[in-house]
Design a protein around this ligand. Structure first.
Ligand SMILES: Cc1cc2nc3c(=O)[nH]c(=O)nc-3n(C[C@H](O)[C@H](O)[C@H](O)COP(=O)(O)OP(=O)(O)OC[C@H]3O[C@@H](n4cnc5c(N)ncnc54)[C@H](O)[C@@H]3O)c2cc1C
Length: 415
């Protein structure tokens, strides 16, 4: 016995990003006593873990959380990091969320039919825990990153702030999801020679028939598709983010746009051997697949517009040029030659559950849950990919998920 006081609360929410705050809003609406524990500040990820030039890729009209939506002068624009952090801060204020900042959760374990939560500030006991600590706590790097010669500087999106920070010389950006294409474009525009290693990706135009592509996704219900209706849920949860960027020109940032900026494209990085990066030769197939999937999606949008009588309100159907395959497809690159001074790993992110001492994390480091109901009574999650819908990780996707997850939690507490 340590004599230490243990604070009691019905529910602990971990993380004060928009997901944790949405959980708090619905807990408050149901008069369920709770606290939101945050290791940094409200909207910490947007303030500390993103690069300087980043803007949301979702348009402002889509910036909405329970009880608060963007009402500024530019609904079709894209928020900067400062603006989104301020928006989430406002959400915390208007919802009156009981946030405790600078409170790191270092351990959660089961104690009888409750949970014991250890924080940098003391011990707590609660009946339910909502994990809203984020899906992108750390960069996901391939194992062969360790075999890259030390002469080449390596950065992740967490370390990267702006092109000026990199040593002079060529940059190899690895990964062609939203992060990879945005960083490749920014580095190329700063005058550096950039090579982009491209694996499976999701190609999308920024606008289609005069509307933001995300308008189409929303209107046709693509992102409302529920997790229990998705054909291959494991695959859907691993899908890379779409190649989109939020700029005032509403420009498309696909492989053709990057080629025009002078970015050299190589295939998926498969291994490092004798100081050489070895790339897969399947670029043509990777490009055709991305083109095919985009065209199929646009077909469904056209079909929807026709069937619902919207053809007159939008522009005429468009089709986009196939992705151009580089004439000289390089299959390897000597990392010791000096051609590449830095590598930026845009190979995705993963959550960090190092503090979770409940056996609910699988061998791949992912939580075992059914639509946010974690495999341990009273334990819940929010903000994970396709948690309950395709839109689950997007800001505007949290409201429906949080309402349902907190509804389940309330039922658990009442039972
Ligand atoms: C680069 C990037 C760009 C994105 N762009 C968009 C976009 O344009 N539009 C969009 O809708 N979505 C976007 N997203 C997706 C998503 O909206 C963000 O990832 C968002 O930050 C997720 O919100 P969240 O509340 O789930 O997690 P987070 O915002 O990450 O919040 C989790 C919080 O938990 C805290 N925390 C973690 N561990 C602990 C602990 N042990 N103890 C206490 N606190 C802890 C963290 O400090 C953090 O504040 C983007 C994501 C990334 C990575």
């Amino acid at each position: 016995m340590t004599g230490q006081t243990i604070e009691r609360v019905t529910t602990v929410v971990i993380g004060a990003g928009h997901a944790g705050l949405a959980a708090s809003k619905f807990l408050t609406d149901r008069s369920i006593d709770h606290v939101v524990l945050e290791r940094g500040e409200v909207a910490n990820s947007w303030r500390r873990e993103r690069w300087d030039s980043l803007r949301l890729l979702t348009p402002n009209w889509q910036c909405s959380v329970p009880g608060l939506r963007y009402e500024g002068p530019d609904p079709d624009g894209y928020l900067t990091m400062t603006e989104i952090a301020e928006f989430i801060e406002r959400f915390a204020k208007v919802s009156g969320a009981p946030v405790r900042t600078s409170t790191n959760v270092t351990r959660v374990r089961r104690a009888g039919d409750e949970y014991q939560v250890t924080t940098s500030d003391g011990e707590m006991r609660c009946r339910a825990v909502v994990i809203a600590s984020g899906a992108c706590n750390q960069p996901a790097l391939p194992q062969f990153a360790a075999a890259v010669p030390v002469s080449v500087e390596q950065l992740t999106p967490f370390d990267y702030s702006d092109p000026g920070q990199l040593p002079d010389g060529g940059v190899l950006v690895v990964g062609a999801s939203a992060t990879g294409v945005q960083l490749a474009a920014e580095l190329a525009q700063s005058g550096r020679p950039v090579t982009l290693s491209v694996g499976e990706h999701v190609r999308l135009p920024r606008t289609y028939r005069g509307r933001d592509i995300l308008w189409w996704m929303d209107a046709t219900g693509v992102w409302d598709e529920r997790y229990d209706e998705v054909d291959d849920l494991t695959r859907a949860r691993r899908l890379p983010s779409p190649q989109l960027v939020g700029t005032s020109e509403r420009a498309t940032l696909d492989m053709n746009a990057l080629t025009e900026m002078g970015v050299g494209l190589v295939g998926r990085w498969a291994a490092v051997r004798d100081g050489r990066a070895l790339f897969s030769g399947g670029l043509r197939n990777v490009f055709s697949l991305a083109d095919l999937k985009m065209t199929r999606l646009l077909d469904t949008f056209d079909e929807w517009a026709r069937a619902h009588g919207h053809d007159g309100e939008v522009g005429p159907p468009e089709r986009f040029a196939p992705t151009r395959v580089p004439a000289s497809g390089r299959l390897q690159l000597d990392l010791g030659s000096g051609e590449i001074a830095a590598i930026v790993w845009a190979t995705g992110f993963r959550p960090d559950y190092g503090w979770l001492h409940v056996p609910v994390v699988d061998a791949k480091g992912q939580l075992r849950h059914d639509g946010g109901v974690v495999d341990s009574p009273g334990l819940y999650a929010l903000g994970l990919p396709v948690l309950r819908r395709r839109k689950s990780t997007f800001i505007y996707g949290i409201e429906d998920d949080a309402r349902e997850v907190i509804g389940h939690l309330a039922g658990y507490l009442a039972a």
